[in-house]
Design a protein around this ligand. Structure first.
Ligand code: PBG
Length: 338
């Protein structure tokens, strides 16, 4: 096997993939994708009150914060270079009703959070979800009549809520309820109200997933939810339907597209980026976070390395950015690495 007649060279025709992997410097030279702080959107939970930092049991390291604490955290996020924060409110149970009407209150928790963040930390982007689930007494994303989530009435409410969120200073509206026609209706409503510069990040493909469990506990909808969300979220079995659904959002005026959950749906991220060329974001959801944290806390995996590897996988799959509960940890880690 030595000398000129080397069996491996005969087989490979003198091609050897390992040459580019032989040292740290070659690996750095040929690295195709990189994760930077610019890729991160930090989802954060807001609760009423002041001076509240309340851990989410199923998401070790994640807290629900009152607005004052959230503003402090948003400052830290901005200082670390995180471009945007996505807020999710845990609304007082007494304010939840059948139609989620409190979503229209100009001073509700999500809008007050937006105002406070924009005032104190003007250089961080604020992305707000406009689904009704934090506001409904049944935990569904829309208006429930009998056992039907009614589409058009929900869209009308969501569009009004979107304008109120934009009035409060939200930079990007992110509709997550998967009603038909919502992107177009919201775009028109925003434009009529003079919010031409407020963007829409479509939860373009949101799947009826079991990975949202810890989030539902964090905003107090888990115990309320009657039935499931299969009549409006996409079946995890369907990729082509997901792309068709995203195509409608693109036609209706979405500025950016999101895939949710993230890691189990990398094929969708890739197909979506290829199909539309619009910026694509993945939402690494609560259950994905909890899986990694739980295994890491048990000493079964190296949590930091798995965190970074999953986020890099999103980049490789064509994502322009990731909503991740790890955002602050990752940003601190990247800052240390320099
Ligand atoms: C609701 C909404 C959900 C998430 C974001 N917005 C959950 C759901 O649909 O039940 C999930 C986020 C996560 O799991 O991290 N419109």
């Amino acid at each position: 096997m030595t000398g000129s007649r080397n069996i491996v060279d005969e087989i490979t025709g003198h091609r050897r993939m390992r040459r580019n992997r032989k040292a740290d410097w070659t690996r750095r030279l040929v690295q195709e994708n990189r994760l930077t702080v610019d890729d991160l959107i930090w989802p954060a939970f807001v609760v009423p009150g002041t001076d509240v930092v309340d851990p989410v049991a199923a998401m070790p390291g994640v807290n629900r914060m009152s607005i004052d604490k959230l503003v402090e955290a948003a400052k830290e996020a901005a200082d670390l270079g995180i471009p945007a924060i996505a807020t999710f409110p845990n609304i007082d149970m007494a304010l939840r009703d059948e139609t989620g009407s409190h979503c229209l209150a100009a001073n509700n928790l999500i809008n007050e959070a937006t105002r406070a963040i924009k005032q104190a930390v003007p250089n961080i982007g604020v992305i707000t979800d406009v689904a009704l689930d934090p506001f409904t007494s049944h935990g569904h994303d829309g208006v429930l009549r009998g056992d039907v989530i009614v589409n058009d009435e929900t869209v009308e409410l969501v569009a009004r809520a979107a304008v109120i969120q934009a009035d409060a200073g939200s930079d990007i509206i992110a509709p997550s309820e998967m009603m038909d026609g919502r992107i177009g209706v919201i775009r028109r409503a925003l434009d009529e109200a003079g919010h031409q510069n407020v963007g829409i990040m479509a939860y373009a493909t949101k799947f009826a997933s079991a990975f949202y469990g810890p989030y539902r506990d964090a905003i107090g909808t888990g115990g309320l939810l009657k039935g499931d969300k299969k009549t409006y979220y996409i079946d995890p079995a369907n990729g082509t339907e997901a792309i068709r659904d995203a195509a409608l959002d693109v036609e209706e005026g979405a500025d950016t597209l999101m895939v949710k959950p993230g890691l189990p749906y990398l094929d969708i991220c890739w197909r979506m980026k290829e199909a539309f060329g619009l910026p694509v974001f993945a939402y690494q959801v609560s259950g994905e976070y909890s899986q990694i944290k739980a295994a890491a806390l048990n000493g079964w995996i190296d949590g930091d390395r798995v965190m970074l590897e999953t986020l890099l996988a999103f980049k490789r799959a064509g994502c322009d950015g990731i909503l991740s509960y790890f955002a602050m940890d990752v940003a601190r880690h990247l800052a240390k690495r320099g």
